[in-house]
Write a protein that binds this ligand. Structure first.
Ligand code: MN
Length: 232
């Protein structure tokens, strides 16, 4: 005899060039992925999802945080317009948000923070944050803040508070948005994780956990997010 099955939590994933790994990660964690195109109506879309994944891609337009564009910054207006609208609605409704790479940067700007526009030219760092030889190659370590939600989710006892991550970004969070705190930092001080601990689930990571769905290093991150979506 089978009990009645609960519908799977519906997870909106903003369209990006490598959306397949995000879809696979959400499916593996027990969610129903819904890929959101930039011409979707944000008013309607927000009612059709139980949580939002903000994905990787081009840079956020610096005019969003009152700066002119650095020569290395490249933007996508249609994408910014849709993603800011859907992100602001998700934040206002306390909908679970998992924000990855560009997604974390967009989340920080949407919530009132700003960004380093180009790490190589603006920060003195010996670390290479743009290692794109292979999606899941480890680029550097991050130190996870002991008191963070992220630490409770992804802490690997074998690595104590540090964790190996991939890295394909030339921008990073500079001023953390009000209400948010830093949850992860690379050895050179670049902010690699932010979260709002007062929210239902609002976590940003600068690396790409979705590239590890075959090997499972960050399964618990997607599972915790989908669990939060299920509570809606
Ligand atoms: Mn990095």
């Amino acid at each position: 005899m089978k009990t009645e099955q609960q519908p799977l939590p519906r997870v909106g994933i903003t369209r990006c060039s490598q959306v397949g790994d995000y879809v696979a990660s959400i499916q593996k964690a027990g969610g129903k992925p819904i890929v959101l195109d930039y011409d979707a109506d944000p008013h309607r879309t927000i009612h059709d999802i139980d949580g939002l994944v903000l994905t990787g891609g081009a840079d956020v337009d610096p005019s969003r945080y009152g700066e002119s564009r650095h020569p290395a910054t490249s933007v996508d207006d249609a994408r910014d317009t849709f993603e800011f609208e859907i992100a602001e609605r998700a934040l206002a409704r306390n909908l679970p948000v998992l924000a990855i790479c560009r997604g974390m940067q967009l989340l920080n700007v949407a919530a009132g923070g700003d960004l380093v526009q180009d790490i190589p030219s603006q920060l003195q760092t010996p670390l290479d944050h743009t290692v794109d030889s292979s999606p899941a190659v480890v680029a550097h370590k991050v130190r996870i803040e002991r008191a963070s939600l992220l630490a409770r989710i992804v802490k690997n006892p074998a690595q104590l508070e540090t964790c190996d991550v991939n890295s394909r970004h030339h921008q990073s969070v500079r001023t953390v948005a009000p209400g948010f705190s830093v949850s992860a930092t690379s050895p050179d001080g670049v902010i690699e994780g932010i979260e709002n601990r007062d929210a239902s689930f609002c976590v940003g990571v600068q690396w790409h956990p979705e590239n590890f769905h075959r090997t499972g290093e960050f399964d618990s991150l997607f599972e915790s997010f989908v669990d939060a979506c299920r509570q809606r």
